[in-house]
Design a binder for this molecule. Sequence first.
Ligand SMILES: [Zn+2]
Length: 165
Amino acid sequence: MSAFVIDAFEYSRHKERREGDIAVADLNRLAQESADRSGVLHWVLVGGTDSLGHPQLTMSVTGAIKIMCQRCLTPFAFDIDAESVLVLAKDEESADEIDALLDNDEIDVIVGTKSLNIIELIEDEALLALPLSPKHPVCPDQSALEGLKASKKESPFAMLKSLKN
Ligand SMILES: [Zn+2]
């Protein structure tokens, strides 16, 4: 896992960019929120500086995760498409100063470290993207559900067909 630990300040200074894929099942806190631990997330971490010269990291996470609908209690695929800008401060005191200076709710100021765990950043980003009370935009009705159960072993396309019929 050491490949996933970075010096946040060096990473920003060198404007490094890394990306990769990680299974939902490998992210314990996220897996607990998911219906079946399936799915893979793609992440991109880019280092740089903000307009005022503060070191910053931009973390993007995309992918689908199965979560339970709170209305009909069946799992559905939720698309995660999240991006956060994290400005790095040396300590809590300067974090507060930078936060007040930027005065921007869209930007998080965190205390940077020489051993920042990318996995935790990815997981935090994904967790923040999840709805508090997940629901289908439109819940499948019972007959469609029965159709899904009956055609479980068929291909996804066959399932689509049975939904249409
Ligand atoms: Zn539902």
